[in-house]
Design a protein around this ligand. Sequence first.
Ligand SMILES: [Zn+2]
Length: 292
Amino acid sequence: MFEGLSIDAKSARALESAVQSGRLSHAVLLEGGDAETRLAAAKELARAIVCTGEEKPCGHCRACKKAQSGNHPDIHLLQKDEKSAFIKVDAVRALKEQAMLLPNDGEYSAFIVREAQFMNVQAQNALLKILEEPARHVHFLLTAESKAALLETIRSRVTDFDLGQSGALPQTQEGQAGEEAAAAVLRGLCADEFELLCACAVFQKDKALLQQALPAMELILRDALLCGSAAQPMTGETALALQLHRTLTPQKLLRLREKCGELLAAVRANANQNLTATALSALFYEIKERED
Ligand SMILES: [Zn+2]
């Protein structure tokens, strides 16, 4: 199994032995390594789950051949669509309905949730309900940068395997003003409402800056969520990420990431609409203060 994939040898052996002994958990999380490797490993596991041969995946049974051509009816893939920032709850509900049906071909079906950290809070809660009472024939294979990016309740339901060191994205010089403004907003958020309002004021007449700052905020919030995990930070704001990690719960960090994605889409769609500094800071502050 996993030939040609650069994944941690210990994790590969553990997964292979779970598969061959028929003891693979019904909810597996593959974390670490790079995103393509995680997906390839999840697909290999899905093939092994549907394979009817001896040494799984055998590569020559009918199920393996269908899986290799990407046409196995019992291997499903849930992923973020290109237009949205998140995997939304509707997609998870659709998956739930599919997961309740018996497999078309064989004994088992496999559901891959690609980069599960893109599920928003609602979607994660919906998935949790499925993971709590999984049907006997269903296997869930989640991939994620790190389990630290998922809600604790999801983490407690999955058996996780670390595929290796995550690769950090190369730093770019572009949009440095946006990065600085993003950091100022998040520092303000950690401090108080007045600091936050002051930091938001720069966007009032500069929507281009806001368009640069929102993705930068999302990355810093991601680093905050992943603090203490093996994942490499994607921004230079490690001290700020740690401060956010200590100040805000994972749920709040997730909601803030979600809000950044929503605001970015809104700003792009209504290029003429001005978002006031007061409205912007109120949106963030509300998330900080709201009960989980
Ligand atoms: Zn096979």
